[in-house]
Each structure stands twice: as C-alpha cells, then as structure tokens.
Design a binder for this molecule. Structure first.
Ligand code: MRU
Length: 320
C-alpha cells in the first residue's frame, strides 16, 4: 500500500478523511485539488506532505509548461498550503529547482523524494526498534500519539514503523494509541493501521496518557515530528508536549522518530515555527475555540531522536 503515488499522470492518495469507515482512493489532477487534499488532511503527516509537495510541483510543471508566472504562483501556493511540517515546502522547493529542465525532470525529482521516504522508513524501523529494546526493556507497552504509520509517510511510516518492527521481532507487548483530538488521527488512523498489521492495541483519550504512565502501564512514549529544530525542539501534533511531561515525570523514555527530511537546522528553536491554527469548526460547532494543530516539546524532555541516518541521544547532551 502506498499512501501517495504518481499514477498515469495524476497524484493518487488514500483519502484519510474517510478512514476507517471507507477505503477510498482519490485521483488529483490539478494543483487546486492537491492543495484542497492537503488542507483537508486527506493527505497528511510530514513525510507524506513532502511527497505531496513534490508531486504538486510535478503537476504544475505539466499544467503550466508555457506560463512561467502561473507556474511560479502554483509552486508558492503548494509550499504554503500548510505551515508547520517542514517537509511540504522542502519537497516543493527541491522539486521546483528542476523546473528549468522540464516536466519529466521535475517528475523524476518528485519520484526520488517518494523513494527516499520509503527507504528512510525502513531504516528508521530497524534503528528505532533496536533503541526501544535498549531503552525500554524487553516487550514493553509503548504509547504513541497521532498517526505515524504508512499513512503519514508512503509505506511503513516513522514511529509506527518502529512498533511494527518490534511486533515482528516479538518484542512488543502492545500499543496505547492516544485518540488525538480533534481529528482523531490516533483513534481512526493508527488503530486502522495497527489492526491491519495484527499489533495488539488499545485507544486512550488524550488526557489519559500521563496517568497511564504514572501507573506504570507504559514502558515508553514513541511518536513522530513535523519539524525538529536545531536545538532539538520537536514540533508535533498538539498533545505531544503533555505526553513528554508525563514521560519525564514517570521516568520513562520519550523517543521521537522522524526522517532527516524533517530535521530543520535552519530554524534554531521551536519558538520560531509557525504553529498552524485550524479554526473552531473542527473542535466545536457551538462556540469559539482555540485550535493549535501542533505544539513544541522542549529538547530537554526528549530522550532520543531516531532518523534514517542516526540516533541523537539528547539525554546525553548530543547535538543535531
Ligand atoms: O495534522 P497532521 O495529521 O498532518 O499531523 C501529523 C503529525 O503531527 C504527525 O505526528 C507527524 O507528521 C509525524 S508523521 C512522521
């Protein structure tokens, strides 16, 4: 299963807004359709957004081949469709750098980004599984937040890929997936993926995480990132920071798994990152709401960051 791919001249995605009730594939033919899919979270998660940005530029390169002004405008719209995950703008810009070479070169660059994310997932799964065994002991129950599986990448995923690998090694007791209000990426998407993989899981309301940790029911927290800053601050789905505080208080590891394409050393710290505000409608129909979609977890609450190339032990003072 590929969450996102280029198929016969269009971008195909699994529509994540209707899972798990329906498994629907959307074909996106225009930049407008692609941007709408990104903004509605039909395609979501940092690595998948990088691939979406890249394929978006490939679409634009074909549609606006004879109109450089329209092409430039399309690239900018894609880059800024969502602000927080660094992968989106990065994927779009890297692909746009090939525009002078023509649409086929642009598509080849986009496919290369897709393939890099697939390879990165595999690498993180092995490296992360080794680290969890080292830090959390044999057969832990791991708590995860949001969705970091194949749906957020292209195939395997980041933190969820690690959990899948631990399950294959028979080194995982089970997973607690926090439901991830308001859009329920945990309750809808993570549970759907874990169910397909045969990994035992239970869903918890977001606010239960720290209490379950305090009761000794969690061996470690493992989740993804939308951006990792130069100082190690981790920007991820709202609720991540609360889980990091719970983990620190309970004395259990807090492990972040993300590809190098999510590491943003040009941004010194989380305070500089635009946190997307997704408005009231997702939270409640009957009053105003404040709805930040992500938060910043300070680096000193993070035990380790696992990427496709390295393990950075922040608890030992290692630097990015
Ligand atoms: O708003 P979303 O669903 O795109 O947010 C996704 C997350 O916060 C994920 O945890 C993050 O992208 C990591 S996926 C490797």
């Amino acid at each position: 299963m590929r969450t996102i791919d280029w198929v016969d001249g269009a971008v195909e995605i699994i529509d994540q807004t209707v899972l798990p009730a329906e498994e629907r594939v959307l074909r996106l033919h225009t930049v407008g359709e692609l941007i709408a899919a990104i903004q509605s979270l039909a395609v979501r998660g940092a690595p998948a957004l990088g691939v979406a940005g890249a394929f978006g530029v490939a679409l634009a390169a074909r549609i606006h081949a004879d109109d450089p002004v329209a092409l430039d405008r399309a690239v900018r719209r894609i880059e800024s469709a969502r602000p927080t995950a660094v992968n989106l703008a990065r994927g779009a810009r890297r692909t746009a750098a090939r525009l002078p070479l023509g649409p086929d070169a642009v598509l080849a660059a986009a496919c290369a980004i897709r393939d890099e994310e697939i390879a990165a997932s595999t690498s993180m799964a092995y490296r992360g599984a080794d680290l969890v065994v080292e830090l959390c002991g044999p057969r832990p129950t791991m708590l995860t937040h949001c969705n970091t599986g194949g749906l957020c990448a292209v195939t395997v995923g980041t933190a969820l890929g690690v959990l899948g690998e631990l399950h294959r090694r028979e080194q995982l007791a089970g997973v607690i997936a926090s439901e991830t209000r308001p859009l329920l990426q945990g309750a809808r998407l993570t549970s759907w993926e874990l169910g397909r993989w045969g990994v035992p899981y239970r869903v918890a309301v977001d606010s239960a995480g720290p209490f379950l940790m305090a009761r000794g029911e969690v061996g470690g927290v493992i989740l993804g990132a939308d951006r990792i800053c130069a100082n190690g601050d981790v920007i991820n789905k709202i609720g991540t920071y609360a889980h990091a505080l719970g983990a620190r208080r309970a004395g259990i590891p807090f492990i972040v798994v993300a590809p190098e394409s999510t590491v943003d050393t040009d941004t010194p710290a989380g305070v500089h990152v635009e946190i997307e505000d997704r408005g009231s409608a997702e939270v409640t129909g009957w009053s105003e709401a404040v709805n930040p979609a992500f938060d910043v977890t300070p680096y000193d609450l993070v035990t380790a960051i696992v990427t496709d190339r390295r393990v950075i032990r922040l608890d030992r003072g290692e630097k990015l």
